[in-house]
Design a protein around this ligand. Structure first.
Ligand code: GUN
Ligand code: ZN
Length: 428
């Protein structure tokens, strides 16, 4: 067994619903005991050392030992075209995204990008992602295979599109159903793999395809379902013209059996009151993608307002609509988006969103997202003085939370002292 000592971050509640001081704690002399792939104990460093004298001790000093970050909405196939200039959503998809996704017809290319993507995210402290693949089933195999090599929990699924996409990126209602079903049988629940049924968004699926995927979800209710919802206002108008009978954008999912608590709805910025009510009622997950929302010009989600309605929330980079692989940068953008609506999220709330909150959004909170006995040893260790600019700010701090906030606002991959996945250090 291995004992990591440092400052440990633990949760005993949801700091978006309760005062953060009552449910988030940093223990300045904490430790995490790992046995194999799992966490065996979390507690006081001296006590755990004497109880486990045989454990190999790795001392991280004043570094912050956190749960690994959980990025709840990404597109790993967009890794190579991240930070593409000058377009808003629909033009950005047509100009940059679809040509890159077409390359994934080559399984060797898919495997190369999957490995590159998991290396880049691990370097940023991210230990689990929920990713869209491309329409090619082999792109799903590529990410699950790369994750299995790393002992890593990932969620992914074949992106389904049968209209408003280039010829070489279209499936059919039937092939989307058949291919997704076969991938569920091959991967869902194998090791740490979790399958998500993945209609890209309503504009790229016919009613027939959405229905077929709703049927598939009803046949596999333990799978997640991931899609996009109300990201840009002209997209919302387009959905209205494509589905004239729908009450709103969310309704295009609901009438096809694609609304539920295991549904992950990315962006969800421009919601009507009915859509907010409905998401709250069914506990559909809203995944906040603030770096992407600023980068593509989508708008600032009012996350505190959705939290107040009891809607479960996750946080995500939305790579490559998001312009960064870093969940630190994404927490900073979440802070800025909330400020836009007059709310200041505390560092404890931001860290919760990036770890336990996202894990709960993915229905994986029994496995990951907190430092807890029995959970997988998926851990990010943060150096709270990683650059000269951050270190000089830390010299003025009167509490560790000020240090943490400075690292959230100004930190990048240099702040990662180490990332552990299933008890193995993957950044050595
Ligand atoms: N809406 C549909 N597809 C996409 C995508 O790939 N990225 C983003 N940001 N929004 C989308
Ligand atoms: Zn997306």
């Amino acid at each position: 067994s291995t004992l990591l000592t440092g400052q440990t971050l633990t949760f005993c509640g949801n700091p978006l619903h309760e005062p953060w001081e009552e449910c988030v704690r940093i223990d300045s002399a904490g430790a995490v005991l790992m046995q194999g792939a799992r966490i065996a104990a979390v507690g006081d460093a001296a006590a755990l050392k004497s109880a486990h004298p045989q454990a190999h001790v790795i001392s991280y000093g004043d570094d912050l030992i956190c749960p690994g970050f959980v990025d709840a909405h990404v597109h790993f196939p967009q890794t190579a075209m991240i930070a593409s200039w000058g377009k808003r959503l629909i033009d950005w998809l047509n100009t940059y995204t679809f040509p890159e996704e077409a390359r994934f017809a080559d399984p060797a290319y898919a495997a190369r990008i999957a490995a590159r993507y998991l290396d880049l995210t691990a370097a940023n402290g991210t230990t689990t992602v929920a990713s869209f693949a491309t329409i090619h089933p082999a792109s799903v195999d590529a990410l699950f295979e790369a994750a299995a090599l790393r002992g890593q929990c990932v969620v992914t699924g074949k992106t389904c599109m049968n209209r408003n996409a280039p010829d070489d990126l279209r499936d059919t209602a039937q092939s989307a159903y058949d291919d997704s079903k076969e991938l569920i049988a091959r991967w869902h629940g194998k090791g740490r793999a979790q399958y998500a049924i993945t209609p890209r968004f309503s504009p790229t699926s016919t009613s027939e395809q959405l229905s077929a995927l709703g049927t598939l979800w009803a046949e596999h209710p333990d799978c997640l379902m991931q899609t996009h919802l109300s990201e840009q206002t002209d997209e919302v108008e387009w959905v209205h013209s494509l589905f004239p009978d729908a009450r709103d954008y969310l309704d295009t999912y609901e009438v096809h059996g694609l609304l539920g608590a295991r549904g992950l709805y990315g962006h969800a910025i421009h919601l009507t009151p009915r859509e907010v009510d409905r998401l709250a009622e069914v506990q559909g997950r809203v995944i906040h993608c603030p770096t992407s929302n600023m980068f593509i010009g989508s708008g600032a989600l009012n996350l505190p307002a959705l939290a107040a309605r009891g809607i479960p929330l996750g946080l995500a980079t939305d790579t490559g609509g998001g312009s960064s692989f870093s969940m630190l940068r994404t927490m900073a953008a979440a802070y800025e988006a909330a400020q836009h609506h007059g709310h200041a999220l505390h560092a404890a709330q931001l860290l919760w969103l990036a770890t336990a909150g996202s894990a709960d959004a993915l229905h994986l909170s029994g496995q990951i997202g907190t430092l807890e006995q029995g959970h997988f040893a998926d851990i990010a260790v943060l150096d709270l003085r990683s650059t000269a600019a951050i270190a000089q700010r830390a010299n003025r701090s009167y509490s560790v939370w000020e240090d943490v906030f400075a690292t959230i606002m100004m930190g990048d991959d240099r702040a990662l002292r180490a990332t552990w996945i299933a008890g193995t250090c993957v950044t050595a």
